[in-house]
Design a binder for this molecule. Structure first.
Ligand code: ATP
Ligand code: MG
Length: 435
């Protein structure tokens, strides 16, 4: 009786050396001669080579292998061998090919293509090496975020995406008609997370954030994903400890799970590992300004940092760094007043080294009813929209802190991608709404 041939995934090839297996795959590329064809295959788990040797197969099968076009889907059957020349380490000696879906004139050929073209073809570009590796790492970061916050006793709280009020003012908001009234796509879930923290102690939200960012930078999307933890009975110093442990945990998980992907992206793993060394430096905004001035930056106390300043600061310490206690005037209304200085708030941004910029923004929240109300008035926000939020200070207010991590910023930092559009499957930017 003949044994059934197992259908496996490429990633598991190492377990089947010397055995005949079947794999459902797509053809990435092909090269060869009159005597041999090398098929570069992918199946969504990994990439490897299948070899068709004319002398070992029927004339018909060899001709079929030579006629395969880029992105044809098929079942390939053959024996797994070690392949010391490839980084993957295994290949297949093909004994059969069953074509499933033909492919003709696939637009993304092995030659160089421009970025605009590749993103016009993003639905196909996802299949290629770099997007595959980057988005696999994104997936690890998402799973690891749930793992981290679950193990730390947080409850996942889903904040709404359609809101009636503008959390941080109306600039950069997408407005839409909601049965005759205005609704806004959420810029942040934070205010709702605060309500959640008063109910569940420690919560995190994870969802898309929408910002009509009019500046074209390599760090801004108009739709991005944010993880926003919020913790009751927690001061800022304790929140910073959670933040750095979270970042180190994410990096460790990627090092553990995405070796193949980090190789594809040529990311320096030792450098990444160095970022898991805690603690991260805490640098006051005041000191950051002095440091910048001493290094010939033209900055005055009170300005927000741009990309060159952020890059310089984090590179100076060769690690992610917290810049703490920013000027009140450049931060959101809900950030807690400093106990001894009226011009700063208890806030922190985490800046990544190597030019990846701000990956976290956070603060202790103003927990005093009168002071919070005064801040809402000062910023000329519509008080009626914040009555529910003020309730959180009316009924058993407690010190609480939280932060927001931009998932795509973290993806670019971990993967070493230059531009944030690579970090999300279908980027939305000022000049891109399709596909
Ligand atoms: P930036 O100054 O870089 O615009 P921000 O101060 O507006 O950032 P926050 O409002 O604190 O950012 O948002 C929390 C986090 O969300 C940021 O630290 C960043 O990681 C991410 N983030 C903010 N805006 C964007 C965007 N347009 N695209 C992608 N990620 C973003
Ligand atoms: Mg911004």
């Amino acid at each position: 009786m003949s044994q059934e041939i197992p259908t496996i995934q490429i990633i598991d090839a190492s377990k089947y050396v010397g055995q005949t297996v079947k794999i459902g795959a797509w053809l990435r590329q092909k090269r060869g001669s009159g005597k041999i064809s090398f098929l570069q295959l992918r199946d969504g788990t990994a990439f490897f080579q299948a070899v068709v040797v004319k002398a070992d197969v029927s004339e018909q099968l060899f001709e079929r292998s030579k006629g395969l076009k880029q992105e044809t889907s098929m079942y390939v059957t053959g024996e797994i061998h070690e392949d010391t020349r490839s980084s993957f380490g295994f290949e297949m000696a093909v004994s059969d090919i069953e074509i499933i879906g033909e492919s003709h004139d696939y637009p993304i050929t092995p030659k160089e293509h421009g970025t605009d073209f590749l993103f016009d073809e993003r639905h196909l570009y996802l299949r290629h090496l770099k997007p595959f590796a980057t988005l696999k790492i994104r997936n690890t970061l998402v799973a690891a975020s749930y793992e981290f916050f679950n193990q730390e006793g947080f409850t996942k709280l889903d904040a709404p995406f359609l809101t009636g009020s503008a959390a941080e003012g109306t600039t950069d908001l997408f407005e839409t008609d909601y049965f005759g009234e205005s609704a806004f796509l959420a810029q942040t879930g934070q205010l709702y997370a605060e309500a959640g923290a008063m109910a569940f102690g420690k919560v995190f939200t994870f969802g898309p954030a929408f910002r009509a960012e009019k500046s074209k930078t390599r760090r801004h999307l108009t739709e991005f994903w944010m993880i926003e933890p919020e913790m009751a009975f927690t001061h800022q110093e304790e929140s910073l400890v959670v933040q750095e442990h979270y970042i180190a945990f994410l990096i460790e998980k990627v090092l553990e799970k995405n070796d193949q992907e980090l190789d594809i992206l040529e990311r320096d793993k030792d450098l990444l590992r160095s970022y898991t060394q805690l603690p991260y430096p805490r640098v006051s905004y005041d000191d950051a300004i002095k440091l910048l001035q001493d290094n010939d930056f033209d900055v005055e106390w009170g300005v927000d940092f741009g990309s060159p300043e952020e890059t310089f600061l984090a590179n100076h310490f060769a690690k992610p760094i917290f810049i703490i206690n920013y000027p009140k005037a450049i931060k959101a209304f809900y950030m807690k007043r400093h106990p001894t200085r009226d011009d700063i708030v208890i806030s922190a941004d985490l800046l990544a080294p190597e030019g990846y910029g701000e990956i976290i923004g956070g603060s202790e929240r103003e927990d005093n009813y009168d002071l919070l109300k005064a801040r809402i008035e000062e910023q000329k926000l519509d008080m009626a929209e914040y009555e529910w939020y003020l309730d959180l200070r009316r009924y058993g207010s407690v010190p609480h802190s939280g932060f927001g991590l931009g998932l795509e910023r973290m993806v670019t930092f971990v993967t070493g991608e230059e531009h944030i559009r690579e970090a999300i499957p279908f980027p939305r930017m000022i000049n891109r709404l399709r596909p």
